[in-house]
Each structure stands twice: as structure tokens, then as C-alpha cells.
Design a protein. Structure first.
Length: 177
């Protein structure tokens, strides 16, 4: 029996010493992984819904930008739940732009980010968002409306190129008070 105890102690000692020796060996010289940097700030929380008066001001600013650049556009303003609050369409705007503008605005408010972020993901090959029950519009031109650090709605613009729609929507969103 003593022999068994001595053998067990010998094996245990070898294991402990071997583990200690392995732990003391230097790691292979591989460069440390690059730090991913700080995490992005979370999107703003929702605030009180946009009023009709605020929505008209946002639409007016978006329209002014479109008119200045001679773009024919439809402008949709939605509240925090994606409900249409205000809509206006310039004469001569293509018919599809009415629904597209509303879809861009709903995308921006429901996902708390510009609709362009989905266009960028799609361009990079990420199509996972296409499986969402509330399918986002992956096109530039939907921008959340933020007042006092809270999302109160979103503006959607359609009728020009994606970039033109984005410029008009941004002009509207930045005019919100």
C-alpha cells in the first residue's frame, strides 16, 4: 500500500512540476491583436412624438433643399412608432416615391439609425437584415429626427438618387426643434 501512495505522490509531483514548467515557458512571439477601439455609442432613446408643427418644419427644410437643387421629391415624416404624421410630394415626382419615402422614414425610426446603414451593409454583402419581420428599406434617404437627445420621429425622402435623397432628408432632420 505504501508503494501505491509513493507512486501516486510521484505522479502528482511530476504533473505539478510539469504544469509549472509549461506555464513559465514564454509564449510564441506573435503580435498582439489590434484593439477594436471603443464601442460605438448606443443610439438615442425615443422621446415624445413629433408634433404636426415640428413635422411641417422638417418637411419645409427638406423641400427647400430639394427645390434649391432642382430635385423632385416626396417627403414623409413619421412618429416614433413609424406612423405617418406628415407627407408632401412635389409636382412631377415619380409615383413610387410616395411609398418609398414612407418606408425610408419608418426604417430610420424603427431601427434608430439612417436607412443608409442598411444600404452600406447590403453593399458589403451582409443580407441578414433581409430576414427581419419589419424589413428595412436599404437605401439612403431615411434619417431619424433627434431633439434634445431623443428620437421623436424620422424623415424619409425619395425621388432623386440615393445620395440626393439623403441630403434632403438630412436637411430636414437638422431643422427639427
Amino acid at each position: 500500500m505504501r508503494l501505491h501512495v509513493l507512486i501516486a505522490l510521484g505522479i502528482s509531483s511530476a504533473l505539478v512540476l510539469g504544469t509549472t514548467a509549461l506555464a513559465q515557458q514564454s509564449a510564441p512571439s506573435t503580435p498582439p491583436a489590434a484593439s477594436p477601439g471603443p464601442a460605438p455609442a448606443p443610439p438615442p432613446d425615443y422621446g415624445p412624438p413629433i408634433t404636426n408643427e415640428q413635422a411641417k418644419g422638417v418637411a419645409a427644410a427638406a423641400f427647400a433643399e430639394a427645390k434649391k437643387n432642382n430635385w423632385r421629391m416626396a417627403i414623409a415624416i413619421v412618429g416614433p412608432a413609424g406612423e405617418l404624421v406628415y407627407f408632401e410630394k412635389m409636382d412631377g415626382t415619380q409615383m413610387a416615391s410616395a411609398k418609398i419615402a414612407q418606408g425610408k422614414a419608418r426604417t430610420a425610426v424603427m431601427f434608430r439609425r439612417p436607412s443608409k446603414s442598411f444600404a452600406d451593409q447590403y453593399a458589403a454583402g451582409n443580407t441578414a437584415f433581409m430576414t427581419f419581420p419589419e424589413r428595412p428599406v436599404a437605401s439612403e434617404g431615411g434619417v431619424p429626427i433627434v431633439v434634445n437627445g431623443k428620437i421623436i420621429g424620422a424623415v424619409g425622402a425619395s425621388g432623386g438618387t440615393g445620395q440626393q435623397d439623403g441630403v434632403a432628408a438630412a436637411a430636414g432632420a437638422s431643422a427639427a426643434k
